[in-house]
Design a protein around this ligand. Structure first.
Ligand code: FES
Length: 174
């Protein structure tokens, strides 16, 4: 159900949104940030504005599940690499922290695409640990990564961790 406030915000926002199909994800992000989590009604309104089949837009939203979460939500990755490196403990800590902070929603989500920083979360739209890009210094590093559990932060290291993860081995045996 879409509220009257959401309708007003959406009515103001829609004329600003480009109609090219390639801008769908950008537009979904803007609607989420400026109106609220993507409900079926918001999704349909955007689909009609962009002249895209409503079902297609629903598929995109269900694939990118964060679009249905409030902007301020904390999303903890529980994908395989993060799981091996402590995602369950991180999720428990954040859930407790969210409860204390007056109910900030905390969600466990699949791979956030930053396996080299595992375990990783997003607080609002910010990734933690923070990604620091420096020219000519190899793959992205975090400010804390040098002292964390991995000697190097790279996708290859993430993969090695995943392959040798004791938790994964235990669960595949049972
Ligand atoms: S498994 Fe957590 S970011 Fe990929």
């Amino acid at each position: 159900m879409i509220s009257a406030i959401d309708i007003l915000r959406l009515t103001e926002l829609l004329p600003e949104l480009p109609k090219e199909r390639t801008r769908l994800l950008d537009n979904l992000g803007r609607v989420r940030r400026e109106v609220g989590p993507l409900t079926p009604e918001l999704s349909d309104a955007l689909a009609d504005h962009m002249n895209i089949r409503r079902g297609e837009v629903h598929e995109v939203i269900s694939f990118y599940s964060f679009l249905q979460a409030p902007v301020e939500a904390v999303r903890v990755c529980i994908g395989p690499v993060c799981d091996c490196l402590g995602a369950k403990e991180l999720l428990a800590q954040e859930t407790e922290r969210g409860r204390v902070a007056n109910g900030v929603p905390v969600l466990g989500v699949e791979c956030l695409g930053h396996c080299d920083l595992a375990p990783v979360l997003t607080r609002g739209d910010r990734i933690e640990p923070e990604v620091v890009h420096r020219a000519n210094e190899g793959p992205p590093r975090t400010s804390a990564s040098a002292t964390r559990r991995w000697p190097t932060t790279s996708a290859a290291a993430a993969w090695r961790c995943f392959v040798h993860c004791p938790r994964r081995r235990r669960s595949s045996r049972s």
